[in-house]
Write a protein that binds this ligand. Sequence first.
Ligand code: LLP
Length: 421
Amino acid sequence: MDHFLYRDGVLHAEDVPVAEIAASVGTPFYLYSTATLVRHYRLFDEALSWGPHLVCYAMKAASNQAILKTLAAEGAGMDVVSGGEYARARAAGVPGDRIVFSGVGKTEDEVRLALEGGIRQVNVESEPEMRMLSEVAVSMGVEVPITVRVNPDVDAQTHAKIATGKSENKFGIPIAKARAVYAEAAALPGLRVIGIDVHIGSQLTQLAPYGQAYAKVAELTRQLRADGHEITRLDLGGGLGIPYTRSNEAPPLPTEYGQLVQETVGDLGCEIEIEPGRLIAGNAGILVSRVIYVKEGEGRNFLILDGAMNDLIRPAMYEAHHDIVPVIEPVPGVEQVAYDVVGPVCESGDTFAKGRLMPPLAAGDLVAFRSAGAYGAVMASEYNTRPLVPEVMVKDDQFSVIRERPTFDEIINRDTIPEWL
Ligand code: LLP
C-alpha cells in the first residue's frame, strides 16, 4: 500500500496534487511520501516484534538526508556500504551504534572512518578484509564487533544481476569454510566475533529461498557455538520484493517474512537484524515526467518523455517493469493506445517500455513512474549533461524540495581546466 492515489481526478501524493508540485519544481523529479516510508518501516519493525531486533534500512536504495532522518526518527538503524553512505548516515543524525557496515570491498580509509565515528558492527566479507580490519582496529586501539557474511549457495530466484547468494557470486565466504574463518577471526586481535551475516539477493518474491538460507544459518550458529564462539546476533540481510505491477504480483508480506524468521532462527536467542531497502523506499516514491512529443513511427507510437535512462536506469539495466500512469486520471473505459515509452537520450536503450497500453496522451501531459523510490534517484547520472533529477518529499499537505536540480553552471563548474591547457 502507498499514498499515491487519484483524488478528484488528479494523482495526489498524500494530500498534495502532483500537478501542483510539477508546476512549482519543473519536471522530471522524484517524489516521496513520508507516510509510505514510515508505514513500511513499521511493518518490518512489527514483524520482528516477537524478539530483540533492529531494522537497518539499506540506504543504498534511497539515501537523501530527509529520507534517512525520517526513518532514523522512527528508530531505524542503517545498513551502509561505503564511506560516503556512512558519512550520510551520520550527517542525518544516526548514531554509530545503529550503523552496520556491509559491502564486499571496504577500503582501509572507509573502515577507519567508521571506527572513528563509531559502528554497531562490521559485516566482514573475506579473509583479507578481516585481516585488514584487525590491523586497523589494533592501530586505533579499539575492538570492533564483527559478523562474517556467509554465502549459503542458495538460488534467490531473482534477476541474475541482483542475486547474491549463489557460490558463483562475489559475496561473502562459502558457508563450508565458515568454521575455519571464524576460528581465524577469533584469534585476530582487535576483532570481537558477535554473529553471522547473510544476504541472498534483492527483489525476492518467494519465501522459500529465505527458508533455505536461514536454516543453514541456524545450523551454522549451533556449530559455531559448539566451537566456542559467542553468536548473539544474526544479520539476515534484505531483499524482500515489492509488487511492480498493481495487478498480478503478490510478493510475501513483511509479517509472513517475520514469521519465517521466527520459525527458522527464532529459537536461538539471537538479536535479529534485517537490512531491507526496496520494500521501505520502492513504493514510497514516484518519478514524475512530462510528455515532450508523441511521434508516430512505422506502425508504432513513441511517447517521448523528458525523463530518461539517466534518471531511472532500472528498465535499461534489469529489463525492469515500472507502471506508468497519467497524472490526470483517465476517463473510465477510455480506449487504450500502445506506446513505446522513451526518453530523449541518444541511445535505443533509453526505452522505458515497449507497446505499453496507456490512455491516449498528448504533449505537455504529466505521467508518473510508480515504484521508483528505491534504486531510482541514487542510480541517476548526468549522462548527456542532463541535470540530476531533483527530489521532493511530501508530508500530509506540505511538500518540500529535498534536493535541488543543479543549474548548468553548477554542473560545468565542477570541471577544472588544467593550467597547461
Ligand atoms: N543488504 C545488502 C548487503 C545488499 O547488498 C542489499 C542490496 C540490501 C541489503 C537491500 O536489498 P533490498 O531490500 O533493497 O532488496 N539496483 C538494483 C538492486 C540492487 C540491490 C543491491 N543490494 C535494482 O534496482 O533492482
